[in-house]
Design a protein around this ligand. Structure first.
Ligand SMILES: Cc1cc2nc3c(=O)[nH]c(=O)nc-3n(C[C@H](O)[C@H](O)[C@H](O)COP(=O)(O)O)c2cc1C
Length: 204
C-alpha cells in the first residue's frame, strides 16, 4: 500500500480543505495517507517524510509564490537533501489562491523545482481541463491545472464556502491519481529489486 504524506501550509483554512480532499481521493484509491501541516511538525516528521513513497506539497499562493511558512519548511528540507533521502519518491503539488490566475503557476513551478532538487519524480494532474462554452464552474479541472492542481477561493469566501465543490472534487481525482501512480511505481521498483523485470530490448 503506498505511503503518502501531504505536507502543506494554510493560513486561513482554504488550502487545508484542498489537502483534505486530496487525502480523501488517495485514501479511496487504496493508499495510506497522512496530512502534515508545516505549522505543526511533530518530532519524527522528517523521519516520516524520509520513509514515505510519495510527498505532496501544498501551499496557498501569497504574493505570487508559495507562502513563507511553506518556504520555511522547504528550506529546512535541505537536511534530507544533503543525503538525497527523497530521491526517486513520487512528488506532486497543489495551490489555492483568490484570483482565478493570481500567479498560481509560480507556486507550482516552485514545487517542481523543489522536487527536482530532491531528485523526485513529478506527477501532474493528468486531467483534461473543462474549457468549452458549455463548461461550468463546478466541472472537473475548471481552473485548468496540468503541472499541478489549481483551486480558487474568492477573497471574501470562508473555508466553508470555498474552494467550490468542483475544485474539491478535482482535488479528489488528483489524489486518486497520485495513489495509483505511486502504487505502480513501488510495484515496478519491487519487480526490479526482485529481478522480475527485464527491459523489452533485453528479452529473448
Ligand atoms: C499575504 C497574502 C498574499 C496573497 N497573494 C495572493 C496572490 O499572489 N495571488 C492570489 O491569487 N491570491 C493571493 N492571496 C489570496 C490567498 O491566496 C487566498 O485568500 C487563499 O484562499 C488563502 O488560502 P489559505 O486560507 O489556505 O491561507 C494572498 C493572500 C495573502 C494573505
Amino acid at each position: 500500500m503506498p505511503n503518502i504524506i501531504i505536507v502543506y501550509h494554510s493560513g486561513y483554512g482554504h488550502t487545508k480543505k484542498v489537502a483534505e480532499a486530496v487525502l480523501g481521493g488517495a485514501t479511496d484509491a487504496g493508499a495510506s495517507v497522512r496530512l502534515m501541516p508545516v505549522s505543526e511538525l511533530v518530532d519524527d516528521a522528517w523521519a516520516q517524510l524520509d520513509a514515505a513513497d510519495a510527498i505532496v506539497f501544498g501551499a496557498p499562493t501569497y504574493m505570487g509564490g508559495p507562502s513563507a511558512d511553506f518556504k520555511k519548511f522547504a528550506d529546512a528540507s535541505s537536511k534530507p537533501w544533503f543525503a538525497q533521502k527523497w530521491k526517486d519518491k513520487i512528488a506532486a503539488g497543489f495551490t489555492n489562491s483568490a484570483h482565478m490566475n493570481g500567479d498560481k503557476f509560480l507556486t507550482i513551478s516552485y514545487f517542481v523545482t523543489l522536487a527536482m532538487q530532491h531528485g523526485m519524480i513529478w506527477v501532474g494532474t493528468g486531467m483534461m481541463p473543462s474549457n468549452t462554452k458549455a463548461a461550468t464552474r463546478n466541472d472537473l479541472n475548471f481552473v485548468g491545472g496540468f503541472t499541478g492542481l489549481l483551486t480558487q477561493s474568492p477573497a471574501d469566501a470562508s473555508p466553508e464556502e470555498a474552494p467550490p465543490p468542483g475544485d474539491l472534487e478535482t482535488a479528489k481525482v488528483f489524489g486518486a491519481r497520485i495513489a495509483e501512480v505511486t502504487a505502480r511505481w513501488i510495484r515496478a521498483r519491487a519487480d526490479v529489486e526482485n529481478g522480475g523485470h527485464q527491459p523489452a530490448s533485453e528479452s529473448p
